[in-house]
Design a protein around this ligand. Sequence first.
Ligand code: ADP
Ligand code: MG
Length: 192
Amino acid sequence: PGGFLEVITGPMFAGKTTELIKRIERQAFAKRRVALFKPAIDTRYSAEEVVAHNGLRYDAFVVPTNGEGVRQIEEITLREGFEVIGVDEVQFFPIEIVDVLNRLADKGVYVIASGLNLDFKGDPFPVTKELLVRADNIIYLTAVCTVCGKPATRSQRLIDGMPAPKNSPVIQVGGRESYEARCREHHIVPGE
Ligand code: ADP
Ligand code: MG
């Protein structure tokens, strides 16, 4: 009873992590048992906490980005009886996470999943896509295009300040030095 699947999505710097922490904190203030999970590969700012680009932070369970990590999310949530869980950077987990989060929501857990909409080429991240169509609520955030100031829906990858070509690897964890928020017009993928 009361289970719910909420998805926070958008490009980098849209405030997804900030929104996730805000929602988790609000539930914690209301005395609900909350937990935040994050993938082990995202060590940009901290190994043990979820940290937003603006410095806002919250303690997290760090789990590997494989089937074992997905099982840990389910197992820890059920064992500890968490009523509300957040998963940051959900697009880094294997596709099995979709069924696991959906099942947890069916069992009464309020699940908040935050993840990137599109990769640097503009292609959907399959996990986010599959979660979006199953969501009970979607929060679609935009950033500000670093070229024109319009709402940004894409993440531009840069290598030495130049747009990264389409044959570069999809997963490349980085921050302000290697990514910028861009609108559709100013999102560039050489070789596309
Ligand atoms: P996300 O998790 O979506 O990457 P965060 O919540 O970690 O976003 O960070 C959002 C913060 O990023 C903003 O509050 C702002 O301080 C910063 N930021 C940096 N570049 C931009 C940009 N181009 N547009 C909007 N915010 C930006
Ligand atoms: Mg984030």
